[in-house]
Design a protein around this ligand. Structure first.
Ligand code: AMP
Length: 622
């Protein structure tokens, strides 16, 4: 299969061009490239400013978005309209994040369902994909401004533990920002590449990547062989990082100034000042052994040894994760040849020392830990651009492969540029009670609606035993073998009924066709995304109406007169909204109906209905 390079600006095929590497981080994001002259990776920055762009989006009263340092200023003064940590919401449903819901100071829609979360700002609803696309758009514009050339292709990094849905969401965010995402790369893989580990294809080695950022910690154990990086295990704590170090120091200062939690809660200004003081103290102690200043007229002195004692519990937690990761990888500490440090918090000397001591070897810490992932992404981008001939490029799928789901949407199972051979399975369910068959339509292409993609095959899975909607578990599996042949299998797991089909995805497509399909996907990304959001909102609305009707037919007598009247009015309003082209209006009406039904649904909900409400559905009934 061909590796295709397209200049989106001119629409022409090219052999080599600059592809940027992007680290889309929870706290900060940045762009790096391979410098055309020095051939070394460099992080892009404007003159004296930092290369880091805070991953924060602020919306003003008109709904206009600003990103980065300017947006960060609003975190304290306008928390409801300032979105941080959108990465934590990527590919997640509310059920996935509800234990940490208090973490978010903005409104995350809390419908207790399996569908993907949305964030409400004023009367608008944003998906995490849209929020991330604002950040990527800002990075793209910055890069174009600095490089004075259009930037259309990128490699984007994600945590090694990101699942398929989270990776797909990251790709979609890139597409929405006008970027052709050539590859999604694991952050620890990128960090290792930045240190040149694995670039010698003959080497086989085992690497530990310790990543302690502002809000998250993860450790990955990688094995590199013949230029292929395999993640052996990952471990970590998605709510542990430099912010916790800051909080310990804030607590220490509160004790010194005899401030109570309630005093602090009522004074946003003081809270913010103390947080900044704590961060300044922590950073100073990374290079000095004592920190001295005055705060509101009082003198402050913190010694490094005291600070190290204070944060020891945090260090211990991270080392426990390392221990578990090594056990899960089925290796011993001695088998690890290199340790790579990532994330701003690894600048703390006590952390470096503890990690080095744990792994019994010096750590790789010469590359800026905030930039190392983006720099590695740039190395990977350069390999994809064909500039690094030593690297073996494995065969890849030139276009995404997926199936049709409700509303004519494309659900991608194998994203374009995936290495082959590859195998992906995903579960679907029925939308109607007693549904006995399902039509599986296989498509190829990058557009969100299947009608804009190329149909490869279609077959029927029949003989599903009669069950209530939502109960059957149909696993659709895509296998692309080393010859590029796609085998699609659908199997109902409860009954074991199975069907399969074989197709040649590339058949009849020229490079120019593939190029045109890719160009179309980027030109139409915004419209496609809006249409997808509308179709999804309508589907969600219709499902909710169906569920509510079903619920009422069984439990109407358990409801008060007011509840019945309010429900009928909210259902009518939702029905009307579905006929219009405004996804925000549909979400508002869904919210309103949920608000009304939640109290009585909780009262009488039976588990069978709860189960039936779950899962994705394929519309087609035979
Ligand atoms: P990241 O998420 O990788 O950008 O990491 C940012 C975190 O690193 C924040 O918690 C920063 O406060 C922290 N950090 C940055 N510089 C230093 C430093 N010199 N010493 C200690 N922590 C730092």
């Amino acid at each position: 299969m061909a590796k295709i390079a397209i200049n989106i600006a001119t629409g022409s095929l090219q052999q080599a061009e600059m592809i940027v590497g992007i680290d889309l981080g929870t706290t900060n994001s940045l762009v790096a490239i391979i410098h055309p002259e020095s051939k070394q990776p460099v992080a892009l920055k404007e003159h004296d400013s930092s290369s880091l762009v805070p991953s924060v989006v602020h919306f003003d009263s008109l709904g206009n978005a600003t990103v980065g340092e300017t947006a960060k200023q609003y975190l304290v003064s306008d928390p409801a309209n300032t979105i941080f940590s959108a990465k934590r919401l990527m590919g997640k449903s509310y059920n996935d994040i509800k234990q940490n819901a208090n973490f978010f100071t903005y409104k995350v829609i809390d419908d207790d369902t399996e569908s993907l979360v949305k964030v409400q700002v004023g009367d608008k609803f944003y998906s995490p994909i849209e929020l991330s696309s604002f950040i990527l758009k800002e990075l793209k514009q910055r890069a174009e401004h600095i490089l004075k050339t259009p930037v259309t292709k990128a490699v984007i990094t994600v945590p090694a533990y990101f699942n398929d849905a989270q990776r797909q969401a990251t790709r979609d965010a890139g597409k929405l920002a006008g970027l052709d995402v050539l590859r999604i790369v694991n952050e620890p893989t990128a960090a290792s590449l930045a240190y040149g580990l694995g670039t010698n294809t003959a080497d086989a080695s085992t690497i530990a990547v310790y990543d302690l950022g502002g809000g998250t910690f993860d450790v990955s154990i990688l094995n590199i062989e013949n230029g292929v990086f395999e993640v052996l295990s990952t471990n970590g704590d998605t709510y542990l990082g430099g912010d916790d170090v800051d909080r310990l120091l804030v607590h220490h200062f509160m004790e010194q100034f005899e401030l109570s939690d309630t005093e602090l809660a009522g004074d946003k200004m003081l809270t913010q000042e103390l947080r900044l003081l704590a961060e300044a103290c922590k950073k100073a102690l990374s290079s000095n052994t004592v920190f001295e200043t005055t705060f509101r007229g009082e003198s402050i002195r913190v010694e490094r040894s005291f600070f190290e004692q204070l944060i020891q519990p945090i260090i211990d937690k991270t080392l426990a994760c390392c221990k578990q990761a090594i056990a899960d990888a089925g290796i011993t500490i001695a088998a690890i040849e290199h340790v790579v440090m990532v994330g701003g918090s690894t600048r703390i000397p006590a952390i470096k020392a503890a990690v080095s001591n744990f792994f019994q070897k010096p750590v790789n810490d010469t590359v800026n830990p905030d930039e190392v992932v983006a720099l590695g992404a740039a190395v990977q981008a350069d390999i994809l651009a064909g500039n690094n001939k030593d690297f073996l490029l494995l065969d890849i799928t030139p276009l995404s492969l997926g199936i049709e789901t409700m509303g004519g949407l494309m659900d991608v199972l194998i994203p374009r540029n995936s290495k082959i051979p590859t195998k992906v399975g995903r579960q679907y369910t029925t939308s109607k009670d007693g549904q006995s068959g399902m039509r599986i339509s296989v498509y190829q292409g990058e557009r969100d609606m299947v009608k804009d993609n190329r149909k490869l095959a279609e077959f029927n899975l029949t003989g599903i035993p009669a069950m209530p909607a939502g109960l059957p578990k149909v696993e659709v599996c895509f296998l692309v073998n080393a010859d590029g042949i796609l085998v699609v299998t659908a199997k109902e797991l409860r009954s074991g009924v199975e069907q399969s089909i074989e197709v040649k995805p590339q058949y009849g497509l020229t490079d120019a066709d593939v190029e045109q399909m890719l160009l179309d996907s980027i030109t139409h990304a915004k419209d496609d995304m809006q249409l997808r959001a509308l179709v999804e909102a309508r589907t969600e609305g219709e499902q909710l109406l169906g569920q509510t009707e079903k619920f009422l037919s069984k439990h109407a007598n358990a409801l008060t007169q007011d509840e019945l009247l309010n429900t009928a009015a909210a259902m009518q309003a939702l029905q009307l909204a579905i006929t219009m082209d405004d996804k925000d209006l549909i979400h508002q009406k869904i919210e309103q109906l949920n608000e009304i039904s939640r109290p009585y649904a909780e009262r009488v909900m039976d588990t069978a209905i709860a189960v039936a409400m779950k899962g994705k559905t394929i519309e087609e009934e035979l």
